[in-house]
Ligand binder design. Structure first.
Ligand code: CP
Length: 321
């Protein structure tokens, strides 16, 4: 694998997920693979899970990991080609990128969308400029529109859960992605990415449910059944993935905050004793109720733990390229 920006960089999702689960069983089996290699983790936005799990994954492969909080500790970067830098930006990515490429063997970037201009966000300029100028493999730690390490983890967690359930390996689960209320406009990244990966995986009956006006980009959702009726969507579900996102068409808005969309134990009664997933962080009793998060339905802690093994599988593929 020469980079990891989206599911399009993966040739075999099942093989990559199997590799992640193999690392879970034997974390240090490839502890020499990344010896004398250095990985840079650049954060333009906050993180708990992505930052720590990727550091641990790199360490398990013998790499040195250096974290740089660009937003707080670095020079303000300019990404526009030909910019007249008379404003707040201090250093152009054209200058910083090749230097980072000399310092690191793999460069990982987290950068969120502005949620102000859809065309700008969906052009993925920030991560594409790092790819263009760094000259080393780039891994997305979440970009303006996608969160591939999260989505790989989600598939790893679903496969692991199926193996240990009455459904059994080889069965086709019903997976529901449901919108949840939130007080702030959030990116569409996790939902876009989850839809893109589940569609590409092709081993699920996949349903997306959200209020009117919360349609996601068709390039990611195409292939899924989409409904505004959450109760109907939840019927017979095996997995329910809960996530808020802001509007896509009239971009970055909060139109709706109806608490009726929050998943409860009552709503889960029509499912196949569904497992509930969320990428975290989660606003308790806004996005998801305590009763669900603290119940045996919840996979969220296992899911977050699996971030290590997904990141390790991806870094291993890049080191082996
Ligand atoms: N799910 C996720 O990416 O968590 P962090 O934002 O804490 O990294």
């Amino acid at each position: 694998m020469k980079q990891f920006i989206s599911v399009k960089d993966v040739t075999d999702i099942n093989a990559l997920a199997a590799k992640a689960l193999a690392y879970k069983s034997n974390p240090l089996v490839d502890s020499k693979l990344g010896e004398n290699k250095r990985i840079g983790l650049l954060f333009l936005n906050p993180s708990l899970r992505t930052r720590l799990s990727t550091q641990i994954a790199a360490r398990n492969l013998g790499m040195e990991a250096i974290v740089f909080n660009v937003d707080k500790e670095g020079w303000a970067l300019e990404f526009e080609e030909g910019a007249i830098m008379s404003g707040n930006t201090v250093e152009h990515i054209k200058d910083a990128g090749p230097i980072l490429g000399q310092y690191f063997d793999i460069l990982c970037i987290r950068t969120f969308p502005s949620l102000k201009n859809r065309e700008d966000d969906y052009s993925e300029m920030f991560i594409n400029q790092f790819i263009k100028y760094a000259g080393v493999p780039v891994v997305s730690l979440e970009s303006a529109t996608l969160h591939p390490l999260q989505s790989l983890t989600d598939i790893v967690t679903i496969k692991e859960s199926i193996q240990n359930s009455p459904l059994g390996a080889g069965s086709k689960p019903k997976i529901v992605l449901t919108w949840a209320p939130h007080i702030k406009p959030l990116p569409q990244c996790v939902a876009n990415s989850f839809a893109q990966w589940i569609n590409a995986w092709g081993e699920a009956d996949f349903v997306i449910t959200h209020p009117q006006d919360y349609e996601l980009a068709e390039e990611f959702t195409k292939g899924a059944t989409i409904t505004h009726n959450q109760d109907e969507a939840l019927k017979d579900a095996d997995f329910v993935y809960v996530k808020n996102w802001s509007t896509y068409t009239d971009y970055g808005k909060v139109y709706e905050n109806d608490p009726e969309w929050m998943l409860t134990e009552e709503k889960l009664k029509t499912t196949h004793n569904a497992k509930v997933m969320h990428c975290l962080p989660v606003r308790r009793n806004v996005e998801l109720s305590d009763e669900v998060l603290d119940s045996s339905h919840s996979l969220v802690t296992r899911q977050a733990g699996n971030r290590v093994w997904a990141a390790q599988a991806v870094l291993s593929e890049i080191l082996n390229f």
